[in-house]
Design a protein around this ligand. Structure first.
Ligand code: AMP
Ligand code: ZN
Length: 669
């Protein structure tokens, strides 16, 4: 292929990938399979690896940026991000409408009703159609620069279909389903579960390492157009339709004439909200006409043309019939309350996790107690408190059993730990089962077509003992099992075999090392390049990695020192599971002249644009990050620099002016 053909092919691939990201993440209706999508992505990555000078910031391969930040930079908003005034009743909504009518000098007018999605707001800017920056709301005047984390959200376009300048606001959120899965994974990894999807989204967006944000299932709805150049948009409905055209994900909305229509719909949604795939904590009512909004203006705190309607709190009382225990992958015993089923806003609740023994003690929950139950953040039901007045004296305190109810092994709660564990690490069938389910899960080896029901049969029949045994299964092994047709047996065998080629970080995560979540696994994989090297790492060496503390380091060393684990890994390797990393486009090019060197730019350069300078560094094997940390090798400082320069001085980092930078580049010629 000529260079020209390559440029063309790269552009073609990018367009195609953008289209499929749009179908999948914005429209929720993929046109191709994941495998086909991966193929396109891989072709693009290969080409970009070969021609790093052709990498652009808007390429779909560039969603996960470089190095972790040491802190978020502050950004001042172009327009203050106000909060919304609240209303809690029909009466307050009517009062709002009356105020609007009076100020506008009209009768009934058009409102637009939207869901108040429970996430966190973000302000996004595009220049020439390219995503350039994203910020949190902060205090409304100054927010934090979370550009790199927003880039990882696949429903956020990095490039718009038109080359325009605009600014929008949106809500970053995590869907109910993804939230449950995320928390399950966290529990499995001994990480504190998030209280609700909003905390999970906020916690993810506030990660300094974009690779962690990338591993979280974040989405974004665009809900406001702040500014657009060269377009005459007069109403909110026009703005939302325009945002859709630009490829943003726009949520349900409804234009209503007059407030009574709004009220009717708010009441409907108070019930229907449970059927939505994401959480809402109310509705937002906005005046449709932009000219009218201007006329209405804002108070210091909130615009006069919009109001939030908050749904009433959702709590009910019920009875704890029993407290049961389940054994997790790492042996953790999790108590769950079995409840007298109750309806909370449309859904029936009969279970609530009690997390651990401490939690039960703290709330003094006993079997037989009447409790106040709440759908915290609307997803996981939570026992708020015991209604002690209703006690009869027959309630039974919960006692953590001394033996695992599955395998009979001793249960131990280590000092300083909240969690009690079954100590039979290699032999407990429950731990083994959970370990295998973890191995096949999405962020691990992602083995589609193999689910819990199949794993249970395989374990029962003695066809597998650990996850490595999956790779020895044949079509003939699977066919006689229940609910197995030829097709599904074939699919399962193929899916298992395909998973041998998963990237190293998937494997590191899949091994099920305590405290090693998907994000940590990525960090380890990019540092060690093979399971062998990781297994040989010492605690000191691991602790020297910024993100890795003593607990994780210990757990890793522990894991690899176990004879049983070594054997399972050996078995994986024998079955042909890929145990080392292939260099991918994002990784440093060791042969490059600037290999491993980390650059940060500040201020404006004369001879290059920022992105030209970045590409230059990337093409020579160097890395570019957006803020200065101890790991930075060079700060390239142009005109009118800011806080980065001070920081670099403080850390004693080599500072280059433009001339120095050019000399450095020139050295290789
Ligand atoms: P509050 O935090 O109560 O002042 O409410 C304002 C916040 O509601 C905004 O900052 C957004 O994060 C959030 N929000 C969620 N959905 C919408 C929406 N459709 N329109 C405006 N704000 C919304
Ligand atoms: Zn056990």
């Amino acid at each position: 292929m000529s260079k020209e053909d390559i440029v063309k092919r790269i552009e073609e691939l990018r367009e195609e990938i953008r289209h499929h990201e749009y179908c999948y993440y914005v429209l929720d209706s993929p046109e191709i399979s994941d495998a086909e999508f991966d193929l396109l992505m891989r072709e693009l990555e290969e080409l970009e690896k070969e021609y790093p000078e052709l990498i652009t910031a808007d390429s779909p391969t560039q969603r996960v940026g470089g190095e972790p930040l040491s802190a978020f930079e502050k950004v001042e908003h172009s327009t203050p991000v106000l909060s919304l005034s609240n209303s809690f009743s029909e009466g307050e909504l009517r009062d709002f409408a009356r105020r609007v009518y009076k100020l506008a000098g009209t009768g009934a007018l058009d409102f637009v009703l939207e869901h108040k999605v429970d996430g966190l707001s973000a302000i996004l800017k595009y220049e020439g159609g390219i995503f350039t920056s994203g910020a949190t709301r902060g205090n409304g005047i100054v927010g934090e620069d979370i550009t790199e984390n927003i880039r990882t959200i696949r429903s956020v376009p990095l490039k718009l279909p038109e080359s325009i300048n605009l600014e929008i606001r949106g809500e970053i959120y995590i869907s109910k389903k993804d939230f449950i899965r995320l928390n399950e994974e966290r529990l499995d990894n001994e990480e504190e579960p998030f209280a609700n999807p909003r905390n999970a989204a906020a916690g993810s967006v506030r990660q300094l390492d974009p690779r962690i944000a990338a591993s979280r299932p974040l989405s974004m709805f665009a809900y406001d157009l702040v500014y657009v150049e060269g377009r005459n948009i007069r109403t909110h409905v026009e703005a939302l339709e325009f945002l859709k055209e630009m490829g943003f994900k726009v949520n349900w909305y409804q234009k209503c004439t007059g407030i009574e229509e709004v009220i009717e719909l708010c009441n409907e949604w108070a019930v229907k909200r449970d059927d939505l795939p994401f959480e809402i904590d109310g509705m937002v009512v906005k005046v449709n006409d932009f000219a009218l909004r201007e006329q209405l203006g804002a108070t210091a705190k909130s615009p006069r043309w919009a109001i939030a309607y908050k749904f009433p709190a959702q709590q009910k009382t019920t009875v704890v019939k029993d407290i049961i225990i389940s054994v997790g992958r790492t042996g953790a015993l999790t108590p769950t309350a079995v409840l007298e089923p109750v309806q909370i806003a449309g859904s029936t609740i009969s279970r609530a996790t009690l997390h651990n023994e401490e939690e039960i003690k703290r709330k003094d929950i006993r079997i037989g107690d009447h409790v106040l139950l709440q759908k915290a953040g609307d997803v996981i039901p939570e026992v708020v408190k015991v209604i002690k007045e209703k006690r009869t004296g027959n309630e039974k305190p919960f006692i953590m059993p001394a033996e695992c109810h599955v395998c009979g092994a001793e249960v131990v709660r280590e000092k300083g730990e909240a969690v009690a564990r079954c100590t039979n690490i290699t032999g407990c069938p429950a731990q083994r089962r959970e370990g295998i389910l973890h191995f096949i899960s999405r962020d691990a080896m992602n083995i589609d077509g193999v689910g819990p029901a199949l794993i249970d049969q395989l374990l029962e029949k003695g066809l597998i003992e650990d996850y490595a045994d999956l790779y020895a299964l044949s079509f003939e092994d699977l066919l006689p099992l229940e609910r197995m047709g030829e097709k599904s047996a074939e699919n399962a065998v193929r899916a298992i075999s395909e998973s041998k080629e998963r990237p190293l970080h998937n494997l590191v995560f899949a091994l099920g090392i305590r405290h090693v979540g998907a994000g940590t696994a990525r960090i380890l994989a990019s540092r060690y390049h093979s399971i062998e090297d990781l297994a040989a790492a010492s605690t000191e060496e691991l602790e020297a990695i910024e993100e890795i503390g003593p607990v994780i380091a210990d757990s890793i060393v522990n894991f690899f020192s176990s004879e049983h684990n070594r054997q399972v890994i050996e078995k994986l390797s024998r079955h042909g599971v890929k145990m080392r990393a292939e260099k991918t486009a994002g990784e440093e090019d060791k042969s490059g002249f600037l290999a491993g060197k980390k650059f940060v730019f500040t201020g404006t350069l004369e001879k290059f644009t920022r992105s030209e300078a970045k590409e230059k560094v990337l093409s020579l094997g160097g890395q570019v990050s957006s803020s200065v940390s101890r790991n930075t090798d060079y700060l390239v400082a142009g005109e009118s620099t800011g806080s980065k320069l001070d920081k670099a001085r403080e850390l004693g980092i080599t500072i280059l002016d433009e001339k120095g930078f050019m000399e450095l580049l020139g050295e290789q010629e």
